[in-house]
Ligand binder design. Structure first.
Ligand code: FE2
Length: 316
């Protein structure tokens, strides 16, 4: 937890207030089964260079077995957040109450700092698309999705955070920007935001908007957590593959964001061609260095100007 203390020391503020249920945890990584042994071994002998982990909710919504035992051990060693992919919050299908009750049970068992899922739809008519599909940015969609989030939060007994997804298409009916849509949803539902900076960068390239305009528009007091990840280009579009290091432009956007918001719990996602754990920790080290520097008030203005320049040069 050294980072927590360090970042607070060098960030005199005033920064926007943190959401009460989302304190600053430091820098973490997504917990993947291939790293179970390494995480526990490093935690046991004090070699771990991360502060917390995020686990995929659905992998632990099971009756028993090794994954539950492992996650219990990890949870004893460090803070944990649960991140789901199956809430299907944007669909017109009825909310899956069995899923929500299972999620609530899992949360009671592991006491995560917070729960999150994606601002998207993943299926309709009972069919699961196994993908995170974007929503139309309309008033009707805001009303529909915000009402569903409120019902989810009532059932779970806590606020949740929803993540901006990357996208490769848009709707002819869109009546506002993605950041206006995300902000309106968060306000209407009174929920948190999991802000994925790589997703902002990918979508900015694919749709031709300014990623800094997006980041600047998000209410810092609603951001529970930040995601950072890598992507690939298929020649035309950027694809959110999570199988690469974080690119320089995303690091620059991240620095600019936290120079405005102050320290926010940050997580490295790596899901394809997963490297050795040490490589993940190196990504976390970079995030920690940038976060510490960017949240020093005397460095923030210069860093933000340089970051905005770099992001604009390589962004949309
Ligand atoms: Fe993400």
């Amino acid at each position: 937890m050294a980072l927590v203390a360090a970042a607070r020391e060098v960030a005199p503020g005033p920064f926007p207030a943190r959401p009460a249920e989302a304190p600053f945890l430091g820098v973490g990584v997504g917990l993947r089964p291939v790293h179970y042994g390494e995480v526990l071994a490093r935690a046991a002998d004090g070699r771990l260079r991360i502060d917390w982990v995020e686990a995929v909710s659905e992998n632990y919504m099971i009756p028993g077995g090794r994954p539950l035992r492992i996650l219990s051990e990890v949870r004893e060693a460090m803070p944990l957040a649960l991140h789901g992919v199956s809430m299907n919050i944007g669909s017109v299908d009825p909310l899956d109450t069995a899923y929500l009750d299972g999620l609530a049970d899992t949360a009671r068992r592991f006491e995560p700092a917070w729960l999150s899922d994606h601002l998207c739809w993943t299926g309709v008519g009972g069919h699961n698309l196994h993908d995170l599909m974007p929503l139309p940015y309309t008033e009707e969609a805001i009303e529909h999705v915000a009402a569903r989030i409120r019902r989810v939060q009532d059932r779970l007994g806590r606020r949740i955070a929803l993540e901006n997804v990357s996208s490769y298409m848009s709707f002819a009916d869109d009546a506002m920007t993605e950041w206006e849509f995300l902000s309106a949803i968060a306000e209407h539902a009174d929920c948190g935001i999991l802000l994925d900076v790589n997703n902002v960068f990918v979508s900015a390239h694919n749709h031709g908007f300014d990623p800094m305009a997006y980041l600047d528009a998000i209410d810092a007091t609603r951001i529970f957590q930040i995601h950072l990840a890598g992507h690939r280009s298929n020649g035309t579009l950027l694809i959110d593959t999570h199988d690469q290091p974080v690119c320089d432009e995303v690091w620059a956007l991240y620095s600019a964001l936290v120079s405005r918001t102050g320290p926010i719990s940050t997580l490295i996602e790596w899901d394809g061609q997963i490297p050795e754990f040490d490589r993940l920790e190196t990504e976390a080290d970079t995030a920690r260095e940038l976060l510490t520097t960017a949240t020093r008030r005397e460095d923030a203005r210069a860093g933000r100007a340089a970051s905005a320049h770099l992001a604009a040069g390589h962004g949309a």
